[in-house]
Design a protein around this ligand. Structure first.
Ligand SMILES: Cc1ncc(COP(=O)(O)O)c(C=O)c1O
Length: 433
């Protein structure tokens, strides 16, 4: 049967349901153990960076070109060679790059924590002293961003994600009229989970925002800035070029890391922002830590040499990731196209595919998959408070499982999507009797 579900009679639905159920029981009996929940690099991808493990062998190797010993304290803002690498890659000034440990998420958490405790610039009210602090959250989005907000009691407002980025009309209106809105989470390239690339117009509108709150910040999480699957993927505009010299010079906090360039558990992270924001942040960071892991920063700089080194390395990642993404998308096309059951994104990079159930039964699909031995990211996770208003979105992570397992996983997922869709349509048809 491959009719659109909306055109099926009750009898056709009942027939397909019994067939799908039998197939599902068979799959369950296979006692599978599959996982499409983890947005993490595969072992093959990690192996690409193993040169990092051997670039420093002796104490002498740990001296930089000025003779400074990277094994010792110092350089709280980061190793110059590695800061230069990020400055070149991101198209920003060296002085505006701070390097941290292995997780950009920590830098994001710390940026929010500093704003809560000390305010975003000298003389500004710490957010924790305000009655209410709100963030705009383009959704579906990254659950860990939302968790940071929940942790600090920041109220989250859903913003619709569109093909070219979040709904800018709503964002512009809300930030202009509500002073308690202090931030927005953005993943401007290959968004998690939709794979969206913000259009030039969207980036320009961000750079030109006119927030009522002077301490409003755009949290520009550029986690997937060089994570293209194909050669012809457009770059996004450099938002700092657009804010430079305007009244919005301090608007943007950018974050990125090498978690999905080298090692997810042992990369390096960067916080990039204006001179004023940086000076203010460093006052507190300098109290917090004497220096992050400089050896790792140094090893990254030696391993890549320059931004082209990173770009060439990312092509090797693409070779590994592309067939995985294509395997899942072609399963969706083969099994679900024309059935009016679901829609899905076709990302040109990043780590995720976003699947939307038309009948609003993402939770049911998640449960069916789990009972059949396949783990997905929990339904709801891509929305603030874990609440997907339409119960439609599922985040699919194709990077980790080997290709053979992934094909099986995609097949099981499609089966569960069909089963949940037909089940819902049949229930509706029966209750209409
Ligand atoms: C959008 C986004 N930002 C940040 C991270 C985490 O980055 P890091 O490992 O640098 O903390 C992820 C990981 O999945 C992500 O998808």
């Amino acid at each position: 049967m491959n009719k659109p579900i909306s055109q099926m009679t009750r009898e056709e639905l009942a027939f397909e349901y019994s067939e799908l159920l039998a197939e599902y029981e068979q799959v369950k009996a296979e006692a599978l153990s599959l996982d499409m929940s983890r947005g993490k690099p595969s072992t093959e991808q990690l192996d690409l960076s193993d040169g990092i493990l051997t670039v420093l062998k002796t104490g002498d190797d740990c001296l930089n070109s000025y003779g400074t010993d990277m094994r010792n304290y110092g350089m709280p803002i980061g190793v110059p060679a590695a800061r230069g690498l990020f400055a070149e890659l991101c198209g920003v000034e060296f002085d505006n790059v701070f390097l941290g440990g292995n997780a950009s998420l920590e830098l994001m958490f710390d940026a929010v924590a500093r704003a809560e405790l000390f305010g975003v610039l000298p003389g500004m009210t710490p957010w924790c002293k305000l009655d209410k602090v709100k963030f705009l959250c383009p959704a579906p989005g990254y659950d860990r961003h939302f968790r940071i907000c929940e942790t600090f009691g920041i109220e989250m407002i859903n913003i619709e994600m569109r093909e070219d980025g979040p709904d800018m009309d709503t964002i512009e209106k809300l930030v202009a009229e509500d002073e308690s809105i202090k931030g927005i989470w953005c993943v401007p390239k290959h968004s998690n989970p939709t794979g969206t690339i913000y259009s030039d117009e969207v980036v320009r509108r961000f750079a030109a925002l006119k927030p009522a709150a002077k301490d409003f910040r755009v949290f520009w999480d550029n986690a997937y800035m060089v994570h293209d699957l194909y050669d012809d993927v457009p770059d996004i505009l450099n938002i700092f070029d657009l804010t430079q010299g305007t009244e919005n010079e301090d608007l943007v906090y950018m974050f990125t890391s090498t978690s999905k360039i080298t090692y997810a558990g042992s990369g390096i992270s960067a916080f990039i922002t204006s001179d004023r924001n940086m000076e203010h942040a460093l006052k507190y960071i300098g109290t917090q830590i004497i220096s992050y892991d400089k050896l790792n920063q140094f090893r990254h700089a030696i391993f890549f040499k320059d931004a082209d080194g990173i770009r060439a390395h990312m092509k090797k990642h693409a070779e590994i990731l592309r067939p995985r993404f294509e395997a899942v998308i072609s399963a969706f096309e083969r099994e679900l196209e024309g059935r009016d059951m679901a829609t899905w994104t076709k990302p040109t990079g990043g780590y995720f595919i976003s699947l939307d159930m038309k009948c609003g039964s993402a939770k049911r699909v998640y449960e069916l998959c789990l009972a059949a031995g396949m783990k997905l990211t929990e339904a709801g996770a891509t929305f603030p408070y874990g609440k997907d208003p339409k119960d439609s979105n599922l985040r699919i992570a194709p990077s980790y499982p080997p290709l053979r397992e992934l094909r099986k996983a995609a097949q099981v997922l499609c089966l569960c999507v069909k089963l949940a869709s037909v089940e819902k349509a049949l229930t509706n048809a029966l209750s209409a009797l």
